[in-house]
Design a protein around this ligand. Sequence first.
Ligand SMILES: Nc1ncnc2c1ncn2[C@@H]1O[C@H](COP(=O)(O)OP(=O)(O)OP(=O)(O)O)[C@@H](O)[C@H]1O
Length: 695
Amino acid sequence: MSTRTDELTHRAPETDPDNPLTRERAHLAASRAALRAMREEAESLDTSNVAATWVSAEALRHDIDQRIRALADLSDTPLFFGRLDYLNAPGTDGTEGTEETDEAHRFYIGRRHVHDTGGDPMVVDWRAPVSQPFYRASRRDPMDVALRRRFGYTAGDLTAYEDEHLTDPAEADTTSKLLQQEIERPRVGPMRDIVATIQPEQDEIVRSGLSGTVCVQGGPGTGKTAVGLHRVAYLLYAYRDRLARTGTLVIGPNRSFLHYIEQVLPALGELEVKQATVDDLVAHVEVRGADDAAAAVVKGDARMAEVLRRAVRSHVTLPTEPVVVVRGSRRWRVPAYELEEIVRELQARGIRYGAAREALPQRIAHAVLVQMERAGEAPDDRVQDAVARNPAVKAAVKEIWPPVDPAKLVLRLLGDAEFLAAHADGVLSEDEQRAILWAKPARSVRSAKWSAADAVLIDEATDLVQRTPSLGHVVLDEAQDLSPMQYRAVGRRCTTGSATVLGDLAQGTTPWATRSWEEALAHLGKDEAVIEELTAGFRVPTDVIAYASRLLPHIAPGLAPVASVRENPGFFEIRTHTDDAEVAGACEELLGREGSVGLIAADARVPALAEALAAAGIGHLGPGEETTRETRLTLVPASLAKGLEYDYVVLDEPGAVVAGEPDERTGLRRLYVALTRAVSGLIVTHTAELPPQLG
Ligand SMILES: Nc1ncnc2c1ncn2[C@@H]1O[C@H](COP(=O)(O)OP(=O)(O)OP(=O)(O)O)[C@@H](O)[C@H]1O
């Protein structure tokens, strides 16, 4: 970032009409009036005479309502946050016919496009090509920008601006104060957008094209989630029609995380993006059971796809009997060897089991038709359809290529050792087969205690039978925790689209956590993806990230520590205590400051701490619940802390967080996640010894 410093961060607006701030405020007022006019125009649209049918009238009404909502002037989100003055008016080459007005050179950058009654832009969308230099232009590559101006707001009022003259050799490189203020602004409520301060390396990811998949490795607080959400917003702008047809989806690890991020896209005017967890995507059965780690690892292994493929295909039986179709006085006979040829040909084509099953009767009918033609008849398509529906053909298809119910198939694999062995032979070891077999086979799909990993197996089997519809773009957040089979489940939802994969190998806390992005991308079916790395940390203060990074050599050797860009050093304390009342006391102390507070603890410690808080008369929320001015404390089980952030964090008993996981490495990773949630300060409280890796 390069700017001229605080003496150029102008403040204290005067009414003097020559004061730039006065002029900028006038532009803000005029832009708001223009937005109001756009909204009023949308509101006054009468759809009754336009649409031909009730359905299209409804659709049109929906579109207009969306537009009205998107045109809301939100008092707490400034209409524009930046301005670019180009040296040459964009879209012109400075020659003949060029309009040399100020307006042709000057662009105000904001969350949405606003135009005046004449259709001239008052504010341009941050995603428009003309806005890009706001994020990317530098002294080295000014991108034809003479002036970049950032605006500062206080309670909705435009109160400051900051200029950079990128082509002025006399200007020095320094950090933007307004950017710094924005990064340090206290967090209350859900996640917010970062349009005003997207960094160049983030912008490159945000604006990368729709056709390619991007994978982002980044430590805690490097803005992965923010970048992923802004990328969807960008893609929806740049490829609106295509994505409106195919759809977009954001996948997050759990409900509370999705709740935390759900307002970012609507604030950017994008109301149609779906959100889901991987479990939501594969909800073919009710999940009521859980696997031990050994079973879950095998069930999540990509080799299970081969076991399932074999099991599905095993339902095909090569015909041994001919099919005899009687039509009127004639009998037509398709011999077994010819049926076998048809079946083998369908198998070789590698189409879905269900598609092949649908094609089979037509193929048999075709064989009959050929015989009819040879006998001098002239059958048409209707005859072929009738033959395909003939009871003899139907009976043969049922015998040769019976329907497969994916859930029943998985039920059988997990309950029937012989059936499993028949299809897992040479793929899974005997131990692995034993690990996934149910101790007590379930009787039916309804009564089975399905686990989350089982649901993914059913999803794979479902896709073997019938192709899963693909979306235009999928953002996969906290990807490092997915099993190979889960990657496959996500991958088949973007086979014809692309993906943004976001994660941190050091934060993987599942037994099957991702070891390398190349491997993960192969499971996703996106080998060609580009892998980017983000290393600048926007969340965690320097001292805290340095402390947490002591764990890195033990949890992800080879990953570089995050470099915090926060100037405010924050505070960091380690306290020993004797009872839980002191933990509640630490929370109370932090509630005396501005912003949100999170008390993070091993899951098993949560009930005791809830009691201690209640005894101290301190109200608290659960993760993902919205903090309000009145209740700013959230009690967070360590297992749900991922992806969330709080201004201040009390981390209870690190040793218990580590001990809460099945193995030490996972425990230390969980601790790393918990240690990296704080924006402004962290208090670690403990009675037991601290894990030696933090020493
Ligand atoms: N360019 C930016 N300007 C201002 N704030 C930013 C910027 N980039 C990220 N942030 C803020 O930093 C915080 C961390 O961002 P985010 O949650 O996206 O990080 P992450 O990499 O997903 O973290 P984690 O690995 O912990 O999930 C958020 O509050 C986000 O708004």
